[in-house]
Design a protein around this ligand. Structure first.
Ligand code: GTP
Ligand code: MG
Length: 529
């Protein structure tokens, strides 16, 4: 398809490939899960159903992505290790980490009712994700040892804390004070003496965390006429627990782990935390630049076929995308504007945004994860007649644009793309509906200009392209507008404060008039005075 003069903006996208032979680990952590667990009344200190739901999501990740060969998790954090030779998304860290967190979030919402049939999911859960780049199998080993130690320390602390508060009658402050300097041994003693609890008898699910990998299992594939079963060996993701996952005894016993990641030559006696932390990938986005987070549906070609979206545009599907985008703007105040078309959405953060100290992976993951959860949560509202057949997911990336002009060119690039694709797809699907095969329609349209396509639509199908719904031709812009000022009291003085609301419009964002009509977006001036 034709290129536009705005294509140059692609050159602002930076490479973020994790070089081989580094191992790629993706760590996801619940975003403000303290609040999430309180609102959803999870049991303290551990809610078994909530943890089992997380474990199911981890298994789903292993089943969806063959490159993920190992996972370890507890509480609200899970790490996923990719096979050493992985070429998943050309080893691009933003893609890998966003796709995994998006899928995890989407599965979490999809499976919620299975685990909490009586509890309503009040708002979309979301997760942060980041890449930890591990230089060797010894680093992987130290990383797992570190996380498992953390699981133990946190769980022991939380168990003591909630015993003191719920059984011991202490206030939160008092319990914190008692535990402030308590060592591991002191905490065990406290549990034993005051509450007659032997910490080591505690459910290993909470004490040890859970790891996941694939093993060969025998599955019944069918039954013969005489009732005997036909079995086949299949690789299936399962959960495992051990006191010491990073120990040679556990690890080197499993053929999959040895093959995909390698064995542990020594036992890991002491973890050097500074050494491990130095492997965490934490790039910050350039200051004083516009940040655009672009998300794009993964394999939406298939997703739209399976869910029988109207061709070339499904109004309900686009409404759902817009609804999620509006929710993202409400959740993240630093986003000033967003533009969506088909299965993609671009979110623009203000130039001086300090969201998550501008850490790229934190911003991208929070947005893509929140969007994915919302998409699944709102599905039934938008498609009451359609079942969601499987959890959809999105990839995400962050790109910085240094000036108003370049940001406007970026948005123009996306809107021109929307127009080019929509015009092509409208012709294509009308030709197919009229009896042409897909390849005939393709060759018919090859090399045609915009004017010829409009003529084709007009002459062959009686369609005036310019009369098609604006939403399809222009894409959707979701942004904040200022409503009238209202006065509020501040320090006994009445001050005017601009109120804002989020709107969805289908308009031309290439022309200057749009930006002049919305001066508060700060993009009307494209040249420095
Ligand atoms: P990746 O993004 O690379 O994973 O591939 P993809 O399959 O998602 O394709 P891409 O993002 O390039 O394009 C989006 C695809 O989603 C389109 O090609 C369509 O097949 C489909 N799609 C998006 N919106 C609609 C819609 O409203 N109706 C229909 N029928 N399909 C849609
Ligand atoms: Mg896509």
């Amino acid at each position: 398809m034709a290129n536009s003069k705005y294509e140059y903006v692609k050159s602002f996208e930076v490479e973020d490939e994790v070089m081989p032979p580094n191992f790629i680990v993706v760590r996801i952590v619940g975003r403000d899960f303290r609040r999430f667990s309180e609102v959803h009344e999870f049991e303290k200190p551990n809610d078994e159903k909530a943890l089992k739901l997380m474990n199911q999501c981890a298994i789903a990740v292993l089943e969806e992505f063959p490159d993920v060969v190992f996972s370890y998790g507890y509480g609200d954090e899970y790490s996923f290790v990719l096979r050493k030779t992985s070429k998943f998304y050309q080893r691009r860290s933003s893609k890998i980490s966003s796709v995994i967190v998006s899928f995890f979030s989407s599965v979490y919402v999809t499976k919620w009712k299975e685990f909490f049939p009586l509890n309503e999911l009040r708002y979309p859960p979301s997760f942060h994700s980041r890449i930890v780049c591990c230089a060797s199998i010894e680093v992987i080993q130290a990383y797992i040892a570190w996380r498992q130690k953390d699981c133990h320390v946190q769980n022991q602390y939380n168990t003591c804390f909630w015993c003191l508060v719920t059984k011991g009658g202490k206030t939160v402050m008092e319990a914190q004070e008692i535990l402030k300097d308590a060592k591991e041994h002191d905490r065990n003693e406290l549990l034993h003496q005051q509450f007659h609890i032997n910490y080591n008898d505690f459910n290993p699910l909470f004490r040890q965390g859970t790891c996941f990998f694939r093993t060969k299992v025998e599955d019944v594939v069918k039954y013969n006429e005489d009732g005997t079963s036909v079995k086949r060996l299949r690789r299936k993701a399962s959960d495992f627990r051990s006191e010491n996952i990073a120990g040679r005894k556990f690890w080197n016993e499993h053929a999959t782990l040895l093959k995909e990641l390698g064995g542990f030559p020594e036992d890991c006696i002491k973890v050097n935390l500074d050494y491990i932390r130095s492997f965490q990938f934490e790039s910050k986005l350039m200051p004083s630049t516009w940040i655009v987070i672009r998300i794009d549906g993964c394999h939406f070609h298939r997703f739209s076929e399976i869910h029988e979206f109207d061709k070339p545009n499904d109004k309900q599907a686009l409404d759902l995308m817009n609804l999620c985008a509006a929710a993202v703007l409400k959740e993240f105040q630093d986003i000033i504007f967003s533009y969506g078309v088909s299965d993609e959405y671009s979110f623009v953060l203000k130039k001086d945004s300090q969201l998550y100290q501008r850490r790229a992976s934190e911003i991208v993951s929070a947005i893509v994860s929140f969007f994915s959860s919302m998409y699944v949560m709102k599905w039934k509202d938008v498609f009451p007649e359609k079942e969601l057949k499987y959890p959809p997911y999105f990839d995400g990336r962050a790109v910085c644009y240094p000036s108003n002009e370049i940001l406007r060119d970026y948005l123009a690039w996306r809107q021109v793309d929307c127009h080019i694709n929509n015009q092509y797809n409208t012709c294509f699907w009308n030709l197919v509906k009229s009896g042409k095969s897909k390849s005939e329609a393709q060759s018919y349209l090859k090399g045609t200009q915009a004017r010829e396509k409009n003529e084709l639509l007009h002459k062959e199908f009686g369609i005036d392209y310019n009369m098609l719904p604006l939403m399809f031709r222009q894409g959707s812009s979701v942004f904040r507008v200022e409503t009238e000022n209202s006065s509020i009291m501040e320090n006994d003085n009445s001050v005017g404060k601009a109120q804002t609301k989020i709107v969805t419009e289908y308009c031309n964002i290439i022309e200057q008039t749009f930006w002049e009509a919305h001066p508060h977006l700060g993009l009307a001036a494209t040249r420095c005075p």
